[in-house]
Design a protein around this ligand. Sequence first.
Ligand SMILES: [Ca+2]
Ligand SMILES: [Ca+2]
Length: 357
Amino acid sequence: MSSKIWSLIIMLGLLSCTSRPHSNPVDPESPNYNGGTRNLNGLSINGSSQVNEISTAQYQCIAHFNDSSQETVSAAWSVTRGGAYAEIGASSGVLTTMEVESNHTIDIQAVYQGEIQTKTVTIINLNVTIDPPVAPTLNSVTVMSSSEIQLSWSNVSNETGYKIFRSLSSTSSFTQISTTGSDVTTYSDSGLNSGTTYYYYVKATNDGGDSGASTTKSATTQAQVDPKRVYFEKVWEGYSFQAMNFALIEAKYMGQSLGLYDEIGVFDGGICVGMIKLNAIITNDLNLVASADDKDTPEIDGFTAGHAISFQFWMPRGAGLLNVSSVEYIDIYTGNTYSTPPVFEEKGTVKIRLNIN
Ligand SMILES: [Ca+2]
Ligand SMILES: [Ca+2]
């Protein structure tokens, strides 16, 4: 008989073995053998489904019988897929893994009395290189109060979090003040000193390291203000005399509306003849009263009709004392803007827009 025919007979024999139904008689040598008829129902494999590269791991083949008993048996082991990355002791069931370039999957197989069981095992690459994230963009550093500054930055990819750095200098002495989780793009820095300039940058981070720093941005916390303190002391007290009324429509410095604690003074030369301290941004016409000089009192205690009008801002949390450079006077009856500025006038009324740009 030729060797080809022998091979065919052996193959057919193997096939008939492996495809047999679960009716294998139990080895009478088995410790679980109870003398009766017990058939093998199937196999399972005990052992980890994830192993590290360049490691060993033990696997066991468990035989399950039709009487609900089970036992560890001596199976024939092999690696049937991805065999280049691991080998398994044919009788010991000890899996030895090789180095892998990335996480890699193999199948191991146990054969016992013609039954076959396969288990998929992932080999974990321990040296996967992770690149640090790219640097985020620090979009804004915003003053919230005299003690709080809020940061906002761009969300980058593959970060596990962000690190926030702060300094009182623009160029040195930065220290990490906080970290955030991934995809968090704002941070509120509180408990700061008033009227102080702080510099910030942020970095993204992951297991591969930190990104470069974002650009540095700074902000100055608002100065502490005594709400009772009045900067502009007008020259008169009590009731006004022959007052001129200024209906304030708006007051802005560099495009920002004046607000809480800011003061607006109206002046006749160097004499403050009226003032108002704001509680909030002006939303409706706000009346600023200027008193005329009472001729019956010897001192100058108000404006003199016909004199030029001027205004000043006092911004205690920012720009300080400023002369108002642009005043728009609006006739309250016609709504028209004055082409030439009006002068002080007893019992006069005019709407005004005050601006410093
Ligand atoms: Ca992200
Ligand atoms: Ca007087």
